[in-house]
Structure formats: structure tokens, C-alpha cells
Design a protein around this ligand. Structure first.
Ligand code: NDP
Length: 498
């Protein structure tokens, strides 16, 4: 597509597609080719204001739509995404680079989430409890909160927004969505589907634009009652401070420094398959990516040889090509960041076994490609062992016992995902008990969460909330306790005990 043919997209506010009030636009680029895919509104606080006002108005009627009826619209959303799965996946590969089988998975996750959470429309269970008084009933129900602000990253442009928007809506809230600036088109296509499914105007609004302007205005807006954020720890903690001052609820899903333990009795073929997938899938740009492999001394030589051999065979390229294993990283700045960490690792004394360079030969010259990279002789405490790199880089760390391996695994400020490879059930159970992460896998890599289980992490990965599962409903609803006294007289709790 030449520059003159590039499509211009609009925000969706109050059921209408509108440009930014400033009329400014920003580009969405293909990280594999540098091609401009579209122009989207570069929105600012005035656009956020309009979207929040629309959402606040729509809330008054949406909260009164019975939850099973709200869910019917979400079932239609699931059907529409399913029909468009291939087109959405192809656009996603173009917009953020990951290979087509993975973008199909990303879209599938949104479908799974839509079906799962629409089912919750007929549950949203509260509970009844006996009262301490005679002739008195007591129960509790989930109540919506109001306008929810959804702020998402670029690495899962449909899956992550679906984890937030769908449960927020089924609970009866309305939403203003600000997608990542690297993936605005997927955000807009996602919202189009809700419009087509029959969601009333104002219930879901999207405003594209920079985090510092549009995102910040959303967080600061007094009528936004909840912020649901996924992104870097740095941004998330800053948002949390602002939300605390404003007294608003905030759910944070942030960074990870995930590790897998490989014991000497493990199936090393399986471990190699799983670890290559966990470290280099999505070009390492997953919050659950395996960036540390803690290998028992007795398995180290063989596992290292297998991993390096496999990493060297991975083919870099445009994610739309069927022969590509690993796509580009999302941007030039992300590429620089990855390379800086590689230099830090070398300076710290880690041994580079493979990778460690940008790849820009032939067809790759215009994209942001980085060779799958493995470091050996990494010691606990090194920066490459502690800090999230968010690229195709993994570390090998030796341990001489399960106890030591678990201590190394737990020794970072993050706590999202972990795994252990072993055929010893006792070792596996001990690890499950002692690992301090929100997700633990046995004989599987660190990636592969399913929508109907809680997703999230401990320590600096989050702030205690979970997405996925029915646990996500706790983010988007609050409990209302109801007491119905049918005794016909004043009964004072805790006082009238006769
Ligand atoms: P960022 O934190 O930079 O951005 C995330 C979102 O926040 C984007 O929409 C961004 O907008 C927005 N934002 C940025 N600054 C502000 C601000 N001041 N106020 C409000 N919103 C703001 O992260 P990335 O997009 O770079 O994503 C990568 C990071 O996300 C990684 O560190 C990764 O670990 C983490 N992540 C965590 C996951 C988890 O579940 N734990 C899942 C996926 C990713 P804009 O794009 O315009 O800058």
C-alpha cells in the first residue's frame, strides 16, 4: 500500500466514529517491514473527557439490563470474532509482528474469554447466609462500579483487552478503552465487533493515543471508578500512585522474570521443546516468557547443547510467512533495549552461547529482528537474571539441588509464572508448594494460561488482583450485603440477644 492509500481510522465514542478533537493522527507501523498500516487518532484529554461522559451516561441504563441479557450480546461478540479470526490474526501479525499461528491463538483467547464470561451472565453468583436474628434474611450480590478505564499493552492486542472489557461489561460497567499505541488497529477492530453485536452506544468507547496524554487523562478522570492496566511495572506503579491519591480501584498486571527448573530426571526432549517455545515464542515478548532456565548440574551439559542447537535453527522473518519461526520485536526502541541487556550480560561475565546480535540481512533489513539469544554461566543477582528484558533472550543458571533451584527461582522482584520439569512427583509437589508465583506448570513451559483459571502474579508483577477465572469479577464488581427484616419490630444486631 502506498502512503496515499493509507486508511485513516476514528475513535468510537457514544456509538459514533469520530476523529480526535485536535484532528491529529499517529501511524501504526508493521515492525517486520516498516510499512504504514493506518493512521489513527492521536487523542488527548478532551477526547477522553467525551468518552468518559458518554460511558457515564450509558452506565445508568446498562447497569439495569439484566446480566443474562448483557451476556447475550457478548455471546454474539464471540461468534463475530470467530467468523473474523483469520483476518484479525493476519492484521495482528502485521501490526505487532508475532507469527500467524500465535496471532490466531491470541484471537482464539478472546473467543474463549467471550464464551466463558458470557456464561457468567447467568451466574454472577452471590450467596445467602443465615441471619443472627429470627425472621431476617441475609444475602449478598455483586454490584457494578461505573465507568472502567482499560489500558493495555501491544503484545496481546486482543487477548488482554478481552480479559478486561468482557468481564467489566458483563458485570454492568461501561468502559473507556485506550489500547497500546503500537497496536491501535486491533483495538479498533475489536470495538467494531461490539458495535456490530448490538452493544448500546456509550457502553464501550475507544480512544487511541499516547499513554502520557490519553492514558493519563483516563487515570486522572474523577468519573472513572476503576483502572485495569496491563503493561510495564514502571508505568503500572506510577498509575497505582495516582489512583491511590484519587481513591480509585486499580488492577495491575505487570512484568515478569519467569523461570523453569530442569531436574536431572526430566525428559530433556520435552523440556527443550517447551523451553524454546517459552523463551522465543512471541519473540520473547510475553509477560510469562521464560527468561531464566535453572538447570540441575547433572542435566546442564545435555540441556545446553540441545537448546543452543534448536535456537540456532529458528528462522527469523515476517510472521505472515509459513516458514517463519520468530517474528520481529515490536519497535526500534525495544530492539535497542534488548541489545543493551545483552551488552550488560556480557559485562557481568555471563557467557553468550548463541545470538546477541541484530539480524538485518536481505528481506529483514527493514524490520526489527534480533537473533534468539542464550546466555550461560548466569549467576543469581546479575541484572540479566533480575530484570525483565522482554525480548528473545534467556539465561542458563546452574543449581545443585531442588531447594537451591527454588530459592533462585523465587529470588527476583517478580512472581508471575514458573515451571518445573521432573518425573519425580515428590519433587514436583515440593516445588508447587514452595514456588512464589501466581502460575506454576509441571512438565510444561512458563506460557500457556487458559482463560477460565485465575491469571496474575505475586510481588511486583501485580497488586493482588487476578484476571481470568471467575476471580476477575472481583475487579469489576463490589459486594452489596442485603438484610431483609420480616419480624415487624426493631431487632438490633449484636444487642437484642434474647
Ligand atoms: P507500557 O507500560 O509502556 O504501556 C502499557 C500501556 O500503558 C500502553 O497502552 C501505554 O500507552 C500506556 N501508558 C503509558 N504511559 C502511561 C501513562 N502515563 N498513563 C496511562 N497510561 C500509560 O508497557 P508496554 O506497552 O511497553 O508493554 C510491555 C510491558 O508490559 C512489559 O514490561 C511486560 O512485562 C508487560 N506486560 C505484562 C503482562 C502481564 O499480564 N503481567 C502482559 C503483557 C505485558 P502507549 O502505548 O501509548 O505508550
Amino acid at each position: 500500500m502506498s502512503a496515499v492509500e493509507v486508511a485513516t481510522y476514528k475513535n468510537y465514542v457514544d456509538g459514533t466514529w469520530v476523529p480526535a478533537r485536535s484532528a491529529q493522527v499517529m501511524e501504526s507501523l508493521n515492525p517486520a517491514t516498516g510499512e504504514v498500516l493506518g493512521l489513527v487518532p492521536k487523542s488527548g484529554p478532551e477526547d477522553v473527557e467525551a468518552a468518559v461522559q458518554a460511558a457515564a451516561r450509558a452506565y445508568q441504563s446498562w447497569r439495569k439490563v439484566p446480566a443474562p441479557r448483557r451476556a447475550e450480546i457478548l455471546f454474539r461478540v464471540a461468534e463475530l470474532i470467530l467468523q473474523r479470526k483469520e483476518d484479525l490474526a493476519r492484521l495482528m501479525t502485521q501490526e505487532m509482528g508475532k507469527v500467524l499461528p500465535e496471532t490466531r491463538g491470541d484471537v482464539q483467547e478472546a473467543i474463549d474469554m467471550a464464551y466463558f464470561i458470557a456464561g457468567e451472565g447467568r451466574r454472577l453468583h452471590g450467596y445467602t447466609a443465615p441471619s443472627e436474628m429470627p425472621h431476617k434474611a441475609a444475602y449478598c450480590v455483586r454490584a457494578p462500579l461505573g465507568v472502567v478505564g482499560v489500558i493495555t499493552p501491544w503484545n496481546f492486542p486482543m487477548a488482554i483487552p478481552s480479559w478486561k472489557i468482557l468481564p467489566a461489561l458483563v458485570c454492568g460497567n461501561t468502559v473507556v478503552f485506550k489500547p497500546a499505541s503500537y497496536t491501535p488497529l486491533l483495538g479498533l477492530k475489536f470495538v467494531e465487533i461490539f458495535e456490530e453485536a448490538g452493544l448500546p452506544p456509550g457502553v464501550l468507547n475507544i480512544v487511541t493515543g499516547p499513554g502520557g496524554a490519553a492514558g493519563d487523562a483516563l487515570v486522572a478522570h474523577p468519573q472513572v471508578r476503576v483502572i485495569s492496566f496491563t503493561g510495564s511495572t514502571e508505568t503500572g506503579l506510577r498509575l497505582a500512585e495516582k489512583c491511590a491519591r484519587l481513591g480509585k480501584r486499580v488492577s495491575l498486571e505487570m512484568g515478569g522474570k519467569n523461570a523453569a527448573i530442569v531436574m536431572p530426571d526430566a525428559d530433556l526432549g520435552l523440556a527443550t521443546d517447551a523451553l524454546v517455545w517459552s523463551a522465543f515464542g512471541t519473540t520473547g515478548q510475553r509477560c510469562t516468557a521464560c527468561s531464566r532456565i535453572i538447570v540441575h548440574r547433572d542435566a546442564r551439559a545435555e540441556l545446553t547443547e540441545r537448546l543452543v542447537e534448536r535456537a540456532r535453527r529458528l528462522r527469523l522473518g515476517d510472521g505472515l510467512r509459513p516458514d517463519t519461526d520468530v517474528g520481529p520485536v515490536v519497535s526500534e526502541s525495544q530492539l535497542q533495549r534488548v541489545h543493551e541487556y545483552v551488552e550488560i550480560g556480557k559485562r557481568e561475565g555471563a557467557r553468550l552461547l548463541t545470538g546477541g546480535t541484530r539480524v538485518a540481512d536481505g528481506a529483514l533489513a527493514r524490520g526489527y529482528f534480533y537473533a534468539p539469544t542464550i546466555f550461560d554461566s548466569v549467576r543469581p543477582g546479575m541484572r540479566i537474571e533480575q530484570e525483565e528484558i522482554f525480548g528473545p533472550v534467556t539465561d542458563l543458571i546452574e543449581a545443585d539441588s531442588l531447594e537451591r533451584a527454588v530459592a533462585i527461582l523465587n529470588g527476583t522482584p517478580y512472581g508471575l509464572s514458573a515451571s518445573i520439569f521432573t518425573r519425580d512427583i515428590n519433587a514436583a509437589m515440593e516445588a508447587i508448594d514452595d514456588i512464589e508465583t501466581g502460575i506454576v506448570y509441571v512438565n510444561h513451559g512458563t506460557i500457556g494460561a487458559e482463560v477460565h483459571l485465575p491469571f496474575g502474579g505475586t510481588k511486583n508483577t501485580g497488586n493482588g488482583h487476578r484476571e481470568g477465572g471467575t476471580q476477575v469479577l472481583d475487579v469489576f464488581s463490589e459486594w452489596k450485603a442485603v438484610y431483609i427484616d420480616f419480624s415487624g419490630r426493631l431487632q438490633r444486631a449484636q444487642i437484642d440477644r434474647e
